[in-house]
Ligand binder design. Structure first.
Ligand code: SF4
Ligand code: SF4
Length: 594
């Protein structure tokens, strides 16, 4: 057994509201030893893991809960492959790239997925936990000499593996290169395929644009094309679905799959389960404790890997890593039927210089979650602005209602703490037991209340803005892309929080998202946007969930079946018997096919 102490220094507020409380309370310090001491370099505490008795006082009393002390599982007798520094994250084992295959990596944010990819792609040298020493290449190769990884590192360090890497943080591309898309691609296109790939992602028109002018989705397309156009032995794609709309996710998945042949390997990290399921030939699960340690599990079939992940128990490893299973429930479209109509809108039309939106009449019922799906550029945001009277229709009219918005890109430049931000939105409600339990606890915000908003991760910020949106007193809650930046567990928690809130308060929510699995989980009914992106959009619906999902999947040209074990929807392999049968019947959504 080995005890580790991890401090999230970005959250430590020593000198700013905390006066070294951990050190003052530590019983080992009180007896005169130096178990917790201040590092003069950054004025933050350091915990000596060899002296710590694991009494649990400092993690419990730290006002920002930035300390974790735990005993690593016995199975982790071996040393980590990477530890960033004293009291910081450790990674054990690495996923293995396989020729001719797409290996999907599944795990929570902060569990080491990007660290693993950075090591395998050569941008981070593993230190085997010896963070204060400079290891030689031969030390690392020697450590894994009898395994596939030993050979991999040997070839990697000798420059004999050609790698291509699509990073998670695509906004960094804009910081390092400010030229035109075509100039960037001409530098990396070693296969003369960039135009074809741009065309596959409906992005040829971006060639003449500067990187700094691109939206998140456009930048993601360019980053995928740049990585795919290189000649490589191993391709890495870190969260390729982020910022992409529903149609492009599937197109990007097809493109990435096409890169794996008998000489190349592809590795993909992704939280969108439908995309990961579709793209992968095998799954490797990462588990552990967020921000503390991560372990790479065994290779599994796609179905078993995702199902075991949802179950929280890895059979091969005999390891329960979550104390609850994530469950999908078969569709229940009866829930809103019979409830009174809460809000109606009429036929509307709105034109801008280059874009026209047509809306057919519809209504939303009390306690209903109306999900909105469709490609970007078809007028989803315009529709929400019409409902809130932010803009007026050219033809038609809409009843005025108070709408609480969660913006697509939640701002982080907010002064003050999480508590202060939520208090402004929720007022006294914040003290109620229901709010504490069903909003703060479920969204994992309770432990972040004294943290500064500006220091939150992308996922934490997303959950904070969902909470703030639901905290305001309004008729309609419009929530734009709540699944962005958050992992599988949190996506389903966010879905549950929104759904419970809407039912309890008898209000309604309009949720725009591109994650089919998330929508399948949350939606009672659906609006589907179709048309020609950037030119013309029209709305189909509201439809019942079955019909709406059928419409979306038909548009995407994919069919779904239901996994017998977990009830989660899975994309059928194109051309499989079930795929052909469902297409012939016009039943793209599994619930329609018996
Ligand atoms: Fe930092 Fe927490 Fe220690 Fe205070 S108690 S100094 S916030 S680690
Ligand atoms: Fe000290 Fe360890 Fe107890 Fe923290 S958990 S107070 S470091 S002995």
């Amino acid at each position: 057994m080995r005890r580790i102490a991890v401090i999230d220094k970005t959250r430590c507020i020593n000198g700013f509201g905390c006066d070294f409380l951990c050190g003052r309370l530590c019983p080992v310090n009180r007896e005169g030893a130096s178990c917790i001491y201040i590092d003069p370099k950054d004025n933050k505490p350091v915990i000596d893991e060899t002296l710590c008795t694991g009494c649990g006082i400092c993690p419990n009393r730290c006002p920002t809960q930035c300390i974790t002390i735990l005993n690593l599982p016995d199975k982790l007798a071996e040393e980590p492959i990477m530890r960033y520094g004293i009291n910081s994250f450790e990674l054990f084992k690495l996923p293995i790239p396989k020729q001719g295959m797409v290996v999907g990596i599944l795990g929570r944010n902060g569990i080491g997925k990007s660290t693993a990819l950075n090591i395998l792609s050569g941008s981070l040298k593993p230190n085997l936990g010896e963070f204060s020493k400079q290891l030689k290449d031969s030390d690392i190769i020697g450590k894994y000499s009898k395994t596939y990884l030993g050979d991999y590192f040997k070839r990697l360090f000798a420059g004999k593996i050609k790698l291509s890497y699509k990073p998670q943080r695509i906004e960094m591309l804009q910081k390092v290169y400010d030229g035109k898309v075509s100039d960037l691609l001409s530098k990396v296109d070693e296969k003369n395929t960039s135009d074809k790939y741009l065309s596959d992602l409906d992005a040829l028109h971006l060639r003449g644009r500067k990187l700094s002018e691109l939206s998140g989705g456009e930048l993601q397309k360019v980053a995928i094309v740049a990585a795919a156009s290189k000649k490589a032995d191993v391709y890495f794609f870190d969260e390729p679905a982020s910022f992409l709309d529903i149609t492009t996710r599937i197109k990007a998945a097809r493109l990435i799959r096409s890169l794996a042949d008998e000489k190349t390997s592809v590795m993909v990290v992704e939280h969108d389960l439908a995309t990961l399921d579709y793209i992968s030939d095998e799954i490797q699960v990462l588990f552990g404790e967020i921000g503390v340690y991560g372990i790479v599990g065994q290779s599994k079939s796609v179905r078993n890997g995702i199902n075991e992940y949802l179950d929280g128990y890895l059979t091969g490893e005999n390891m329960r890593f979550r104390d609850y299973a994530i469950k999908f429930f078969p569709v229940n479209t009866e829930r809103v039927i019979g409830k009174s109509i809460f809000f109606e809108y009429h036929s509307m039309e709105k034109s801008f210089r280059d874009f026209n939106l047509k809306v057919t009449p519809g209504n939303i019922r009390r306690g209903e979650v109306l999900a909105v799906m469709g490609a970007n550029g078809l007028g989803k945001s315009t529709f929400l602005k019409l409902l809130s009277h932010e803009i007026q229709p050219d033809i038609g009219e809409v009843e005025k209602r108070e709408i609480s918005y969660k913006l697509q890109y939640p701002p982080s430049n907010i002064e003050g703490t999480v508590r202060e931000f939520l208090e402004k939105a929720a007022g006294d409600k914040m003290q109620s037991g229901w709010y504490q339990q069903n909003i703060l606890e479920k969204l994992g915000l309770k432990k972040l209340l004294d943290n500064f908003v500006s220091m939150l991760s992308g996922g934490e910020l997303q959950k904070l803005h969902v909470a703030a949106c639901l905290s305001r007193d309004c008729d309609i809650y419009a929530i734009d892309e709540p699944s962005a930046f958050i992992d599988v567990e949190d996506r389903l928690k966010v879905a549950e929080v929104i759904k419970d809130f809407v039912i309890k308060n008898g209000v309604c929510a309009i949720v725009v998202d591109h994650d089919v699995q998330f929508i399948d989980y949350i939606a009672d009914s659906m609006l589907v946007f179709e048309g020609d992106p950037g030119k013309q959009g029209h709305v189909i619906g509201p439809l019942g969930k079955k019909d709406g999902m059928n419409q979306v999947l038909k548009m995407l040209d994919i069919t779904y079946r239901m996994d017998k074990q977990t009830s989660r929807p899975r994309i059928n392999k194109p051309g499989s018997q079930l795929d052909q049968q469902q297409r012939a019947n016009g039943e793209y959504y599994y619930s329609l096919a018996k």
